[in-house]
Design a protein around this ligand. Sequence first.
Ligand code: HEC
Length: 202
Amino acid sequence: MKNWKLAPIALGLAAFVSTSGHALGDDHAKEMTEEELQERIADTRAAIEQFASTLQGELVAAMEEGGPTQAIEVCNQRAPEIADEIAADTGWEVGRTSLKIRNPDNSPDEWERIQLEHFQSQHADGTPANELAPRHEVVEDEDGARFRFMAAIPTGGACLACHGSDISSDVKHALERLYPDDQATGFSEGDVRGAFSITQEM
Ligand code: HEC
């Protein structure tokens, strides 16, 4: 984990919204004042906070009730459901991703991978995982202009039962059954586990 290569920060290579504007009627929506940007960031952070606290609450309750083997169910079933509920409420794409994924459905796309590598290299340079600044950008590609936002997720002690190096054989077997290509083990407390990711149409 300590040998992550410094990621090439390829942000300059992506195609971004230019403020010069095109002839499209809704082009205006892509241009944000500083105030609009701050408001959008605050709304996005609130949605992530809701995702994190709902999931954490259910995970802790399930761990206390039935231990990690039972709590796998919460992560397997409820994590995607909670993301879908917030997506339905907000109209945004909501998810979690990582450079080392458990569920292939959570694979990062190219933009997400760049941000994850950035988090990882900042962390390797000494920024604690819980102090990594979220990253946001207005990105324009074949899907149109979108506001994208990612916030790093630190690995806490409670995560190690399912993401650490010393996983009980019951948990290991349950994980192998659900996730034959699981890469999300071997983490230590304080590592960057992954990130929340939100995408908003503009
Ligand atoms: C009880 C076992 C368990 C515990 C404890 C647990 N996780 Fe997970 N985690 C999972 C499972 C199962 C998945 C796959 C969820 C899915 O199918 O989307 C997962 C997926 C994730 C993902 C999505 C990316 C991926 O790898 O697919 C992140 C990020 C994550 N966990 C972070 C954490 C953090 C941070 C903690 C501690 C606060 C934690 N997990 C605690 C079982 C666990």
